[in-house]
Structures are given as C-alpha cells and as structure tokens.
Design a binder for this molecule. Sequence first.
Ligand code: GCB
Length: 592
Amino acid sequence: KPRTLYLALSLIFSLIFSNSIAQQTMTNVYGRNVQSLNGKWDAIIDLYDQGRKNKIFLNKKPETKIDFYEYSFDHGLRLNVPSDWNSQMPELKYYEGTIWYARRFDVAKTANNRMFLYFGAVSYRCRIYLNGKEIGQHEGGFTPFQFEVTDAVKEKDNFLAVEVNNTRQVDAIPAMAFDWWNYGGITRDVFLVSTPKVFIEDYFIQLDKTKADKINASVKLSEKVSQSVTIEIPELQLKQTLKTDANGEVKTSFASKKIKRWSPSLPTLYKVKVSSESDQVEEQIGFRNVWVKGEDIYLNDKPIFLKSISFHEEIPQRKGRAFSEADAVVLLSEAKALGCNMIRLAHYPQNEYIVRLAEKMGFLLWEEIPIWQGIDFKNDATKEKAGKMMREMIMRDKNRVALTFWGVANETQPSAPRNAFIKSLIDIAKSIDTTRLITAAFDLVRFNKERQVFVMDDPFIKELDVVAINKYMGWYHPWPVTPDKAIWDVAKGQPLIVSEFGGEALYGKTGDADVVSSWSEDYQATLYRENLEMFKHIPNLRGTSPWVLFDFRSPFRFHPTNQEDWNRKGLVSDQGYRKKAWYLMKEYYDSK
Ligand code: GCB
C-alpha cells in the first residue's frame, strides 16, 4: 500500500532528521567567533505540557477573521538567559516542569561560513526549534551541546524557541532525589558560533603524564581532509606545521627544556595557537605532570597534599545558579581565602567561567558527573546517558591543566550492575584522556569493633587511582572511639582523600559545643576539631575536602528554624559570613 509505505518512510525520515541529537561542541567555544544570544527571552510556563502538541514553537499570529491562538510569546513573562528560572519569580521557586523560552535574532551570514547554535547548559532536558522546525534535543543539565544551523538560519528575524523541562525521572542523572536544588532553565551562555567550512574542531594539548619536557598534541579538523595545520607556543619558541591524515587528524609532540610547569603556587599558562588553512584558535594552556605512586600523589615530581573544598554552582545570596565570571570570582575567592589548592566541583560539571578562573588562580580541580545515590545502574539507557555526559565533560575541559581528577561516582553501593556501569565510565574517560587521575567517592567506611579500626570492603576501589571517602563523623555517625583512637585501615597501598566531612550549623547560633542538635557554630567547631584529630590516624591520607564551602539550598532540609530549605554544612553562611569552623580549617590548611 503506497500510503502505508509513505507513512513509514516519513516516520523514518522524521526520526532521522527532526529529532537530531546534539553534536559534541567544538573545543574552546569561548575562543571562537561568537554572537551572544544571552539576554531577556520571552517565556511561557507550560505546566501540563501542552505546548508541543499545540506547536507553539511556530509562534503563529491570527491572519484571518476566524483565526485565534491561545498563546503568544509577546508581552508575557520575560526570563534572563543565562539563569535558572527558580530565582526569577517567587512562583517558580519550586517549579519542576516545562517552560518555553523564545527570542528573535538577526545574523550576519556569509557564504563561506558555517553556523552552530551552542548552549553551555540547559537544565535538564530540552528541544530546540528554529524558525518553526525542531533542530534537536539534549538531555543532561551540566554539559554543553550544539547544533549546526547553517542552512536553517536566516539573515533577519530568526525565531528561536527552546522547550526546557526539569522534571525528575528515575532514569535520569541525577535521578529522583538529590541534596541540592533542582534548578531549571537555560542556565549557561547561548551563542551562535561562526566557523569556516573546514574548521579546527578539536585539539588536545597537554604535557606528557610523566615527562616534564614533552608536550603531546593532537588536532582534528571538522572534515576528513588533508590540510596543513600549525601548532605554536610562541613563548617557548615551539612551532610545527604538519599535514592532517585522510581523517583530518594529526598527532605530534614537542620537546622543550624550558617549560615552566603549572602549579597552585605558580599557575603559569602559555598562549597556544592552532591554525589550519582556513581556521585559527588560540587560548592559554598550562603544563604539569601528575601521577600516583604507591600511596602518594605527585604533582611535578613532588608528593602533594590536597587542600580541597567543595561548592555547588550556586550563589547563596541570590538563591540561584552561578553563571558568570563575576560569580566565579565570588566562589573562588572564598576558597582561596581558606588556603585551598584544590576544588571538588560538586556534584556535576560547573560552568567554564569557574573552571577557567580556577586554573588562573591555581586550583587543582576534581570534576564529576552527577552519579549521585539513587542512579538506576541496571538501566542501559541510563548508562548510555552517563557515558555521553562523561564524554561531554572531558571533551570540554581536557585542555585545562587544572583538571586533575575525573570523578566517576559519588556514594554508590557494590553490585554487579554498579560495577559494570562505573567501569564503563572509567573506560570512556581513559579512551579520551589517559593523563588524569580517576577517582570516586564512597561512603562505606565503618568501624570494625574486633580490630578497633575503620575499614571498608568495596573491591571496586582497585579500579581507581585515588580512593575518596565521604565520612560524617560527629554528624551522621557518632564516634565509636575518641578521635585520637580513630585509626583507619582503608585502601591500603593507594592514596586516600577524605572527600566529604562536616556537620550543620546555623550562622550566629551559639550553643552546647558537645550537643549535635544544638545546630550551633560551637558544635560544628568541635566536630571539625575532632575530625582534624582523626585525620592524623589515616596513614594514607593525601587530601581533605570539607563539605562544604557555602550553605546551599536543598529540599532535603526541612527543619523550620535551623534549615528552612538550606543545607547548613557551609563553612560560610548563606549571607556570606564565616562560621567558627572556617577558622579551624584555615589554620589546618595553613599548617599543611
Ligand atoms: C553526602 C553527599 C552530599 C550531601 C552531604 C550531606 O554524602 O555526597 O551531596 O550534601 O552528604 O550534607 O548530607
């Protein structure tokens, strides 16, 4: 039957063409020729998900006497992009559902250029419609994606609509419950990126894992063509011109005795230029060696102790997601003041402003995807998504010298499906980048009464370069022995980081220094004092990362006066004031 055939074919075509899946973004979008699409966008709240069915992305206007449309993007709600929606209107504080965003824009088109629509992040899933046509979809709230729009874009009056949904789902990452705010919206920059026909899509330029005088470099063009490509580091007088192979790829290395290696105390960066016959990109890149030997972590041939801290991508005073360079300054200066040399970016890839400023300020970075308790490890589709997120994160940040750890999971319980799931993430990380250390945080450390030591059984830790432990002694766990007797026998032979510890205190609250439920700064200070004592009895301890730098918003936290929707484990309050424990941690880090 021709009609059935026609339907089947059109279905196949629409699957192939309309629901295109986002492409990997090109390396260093911020170094490209971009037109910003940030600013005020029109918005429609779509609580019952009726917009797609009613094709509101067509943005129709009545033309005849009998036409009418039950929507309009004009003269309604306006939302800032980038930003979460929750902080922009009281009614959206707890909103989980769909919001449509739309804006118009003009473009200077040239015959030889290609155009890509780039999103730094949209939380959590989205569909993009340009001039009435769906051009693609993306899932995952913390990684960038792009679509080519060379043919879809017009010189004048383009209409771009984005359907954003942040409903929690069992098969999502993170899943149904997580201890931070489920911000929705277009939370990072939106750009229109313009490139030549054949452009430099990707490059990976880093120091060899162990050799101090060898820089490895690879470049990939957007097309499978052979072109000459030049890589140059002017300050080191290094320059090579090479031909890409038939796949448009080339690999090489540079030798130089003059490289000043990047470190937290001297965060040296070099200008690196990559050019092809038709394109050129440049950025600041640093070089350093990092590896593990026995129980030690070596940075530039010397053992290092990681003085880390975590924060969420949130500005507490604004009760909203951080998205700008100014926000990055706020978060990172407080970490600097505490004396840190590392940040654990909890619990998801944070925006590029944070990553790039952290690098300039001399912080090592741990970056992870939101594999947080409650992930459906048996679901292959979820595994697939996690792999994609991992790839998107690493592709974005692999040239950042600050990046030291790829984190693959937080607080997971041993099981065959968990092992296979996480192993697949490690394999993906290593298939792109063999220079970083792989870690994961576990919460299974327990006190063994017979042996009178803390132990952990999770054979999976052998897959990791560095083992990370979240342990809330004095908060979730009462002390089984006094802190000076709290000896650990965990992950012997491997370096260990205490990747979370801490407890809650309401800023300004005084109270019993030995009563947990006092929620006082005094108790929090006791807890820190006791944990710092315990750390002396963890022989393979190579770093600590208190939880957490700032109080942060979380629907987990119901207590009406002490919490009010805030996790109060911050060393700094929601108003930006330092609590007593901050000073203890500062003293500890200064002594290290
Ligand atoms: C944890 C989680 C972190 C939570 C923290 C807490 O173990 O990794 O995301 O916020 O505990 O405060 O309970």
